[in-house]
Design a protein around this ligand. Structure first.
Ligand code: 13P
Ligand code: SF4
Length: 313
């Protein structure tokens, strides 16, 4: 069966069943094409907060589906491939957070959404890459603190510290995303030479030296809007984030040209969801294998920092 045929079947099944499909920009393009809603982490969290169907299929990685489960404890949240996990979350354990809290008793704990639900439950507020600077500014002033505990992404912590002027103590020292942290100064210099007039956009999960060579640093949603709202005659963009976002923009903005800064920009974890699995899940909505259910006692504690983040952004 061709991809188009599978997509047609999915669209038909979706209409018959009480289900909404949310997909992140890093998903395979054939999944993006059949989603009800597409977005970055922040946009999808906002959407997950407003769902009115009984089933949510979350085409993304585990922490995204977990956030949807925390916000929708009375609904079924499913992920096409339960092995689609963000390895960054493993950098920060509950014990580590407790240790940092014990050593810094008066500092607010800011946890990046790319973390486990149990770690979120230990935090004062969550953030995404789109709102991290604002979140840190607001929570530090609320706590009257000159520093925050921030984890697990050390590159995002560094970026937020630069932008906000508020010290972000990294929990742990070297948490990172294997996709974005692979981008090098060499990659940036080579792409600048190859496309001298191009605007270079990178994600804040990139290392500082790479961010400093970019023209724009932002989350996936912010990059999308930056390209969408560009009104100059300059129509070429070099993209420093996962390839899926570039594929989305290439479809949505056919008059603009896109170049991936490096071929390494593929998140294999995001790509574990396939259109075939999506089709299968739609026929097996009550199969517990695909369900992502955060236990109620953790969900109750994790809900507060997530809701606070949504309120602050
Ligand atoms: P955004 O929050 O920018 O959508 O990114 C999520 C992510 O996993 C980045 O690697
Ligand atoms: Fe996690 Fe990086 Fe993949 Fe984003 S791109 S889901 S941070 S591994």
């Amino acid at each position: 069966m061709s991809v188009t045929q599978i997509q047609e079947e999915i669209l038909k099944l979706k209409q018959e069943k009480d289900v909404v499909i949310l997909a992140h920009y890093y998903q395979p393009i054939e999944i993006q094409e059949i989603a009800d809603h597409l977005g970055g982490s922040l946009g999808l969290s906002r959407l997950a907060n407003k769902v009115d169907t009984d089933y949510i299929i979350f085409a993304g990685v585990d922490f995204m589906a977990e956030t949807a489960s925390i916000l929708n404890q009375n609904k079924k949240v499913l992920i096409p491939n339960p092995e689609s996990c963000c390895p960054m979350a493993a950098y920060l354990t509950v014990d580590k957070v407790k240790e940092f809290k014990a050593n810094n008793p008066n500092l607010p704990v800011v946890v990046y959404v790319n973390s486990t639900a149990a770690v979120k439950a230990e935090s004062d507020i969550c953030c995404t890459s789109a709102n991290a600077v604002n979140v840190v500014k607001r929570i530090s002033s609320e706590f009257n603190a000159k520093a925050v505990l921030f984890g697990p992404d050390a590159n995002l912590a560094d970026y937020v510290e630069q932008k906000s002027g508020i010290k972000c103590i990294k929990m742990p020292e070297k948490g990172n995303c294997y996709v974005h942290s692979q981008l090098t100064i060499d990659d940036m210099e080579k792409i600048r030479i190859a496309y001298p007039k191009c605007e270079l956009l990178v994600h804040p999960e990139c290392i500082r030296e790479v961010r400093e060579l970019a023209d724009f640093v932002g989350s996936t949603g912010q990059m999308y809007n930056r390209v969408k709202n560009n009104t100059t005659s300059e129509n070429d963009f070099c993209i420093g984030t996962e390839i899926g976002l570039m594929e989305r923009m290439a479809q949505d903005f056919p008059n603009k040209n896109f170049h991936l800064i490096s071929e390494k920009l593929i998140c294999y974890n995001m790509k574990k969801n396939t259109i075939e699995l999506m089709r299968y899940v739609l026929d097996n909505l009550d199969d517990p294998m695909f369900e992502v259910k955060v236990p109620p006692e953790i969900a109750k504690k994790a809900l507060k920092p997530i809701e606070k983040m949504l309120e602050y952004s």
